[in-house]
Write a protein that binds this ligand. Structure first.
Ligand SMILES: [Zn+2]
Length: 190
């Protein structure tokens, strides 16, 4: 079972008893994810008492929590991304208000969470007329890609910034699991 699956179980578990015999109890997994979140936010970890720098990924654990169904994580993610946008926009010669940054962060997060085209269910094409079989006309809203068009949601001059933000999210997604595993492995060293 992957740590993501274990984490999902642990988050839903109401029985948070510490089991000293395993390193994989619910409390262990939740604790490891919490520690991993701090490491990734601060860009450093500990290995045998030594501080070791790691690439920062403050979104990784909040994203993991969000995908596990913790909607509180969304607010945290948007706040972090608004700060990023406020830093990045001037570098791209753009002026965005706080509200515009928040709107962009929310739109990018919504797309990252679920970009499946709702018209065709992600198949990219419709049903053959009079049947329940796929293979009909190409889905117009998504042009057959099966995904909600991303760039069209943003003003032309804001698209590069929005694309950058989604790229950052994609880069951080998936960093939480391995970081949490390192925390569990580190405990096994003792
Ligand atoms: Zn479609």
């Amino acid at each position: 079972m992957s740590i993501q699956d274990r984490y999902a179980t642990a988050v839903r578990s109401s029985c948070l008893t510490v089991d000293a015999r395993t390193t994989y109890s619910d409390t262990d997994v939740l604790g490891a994810m919490g520690l991993a979140g701090r490491d990734l936010a601060e860009g450093r970890t500990w290995s045998r008492g030594q501080q070791v720098p790691i690439p920062k990924a403050p979104l990784a654990v909040p994203l993991e929590r969000l995908f596990m169904g913790d909607n509180y994580a969304a607010q945290e993610i948007v706040e972090i991304m608004v700060e990023w946008l406020r830093g990045k926009a001037p570098a791209m010669h753009l002026k965005l208000t706080m509200l515009q940054c928040a709107d962009m962060a929310k739109a990018c997060l919504a797309w990252h969470r679920d970009s499946v085209c709702k018209h065709c269910g992600g198949h990219g094409q419709g049903l053959i007329k009079g049947s329940t079989t796929l293979g009909g006309a190409i889905c117009k809203p998504c042009k057959g890609t099966g995904r909600i068009p991303f760039e069209r949601q943003f003003r032309h001059e804001h698209r590069d910034l929005a694309r950058w933000l989604v790229g950052e999210m994609e880069r951080e997604q998936g960093r939480a699991g391995p970081a949490a595993m390192r925390k569990i492995a580190a405990r096994l060293d003792f």
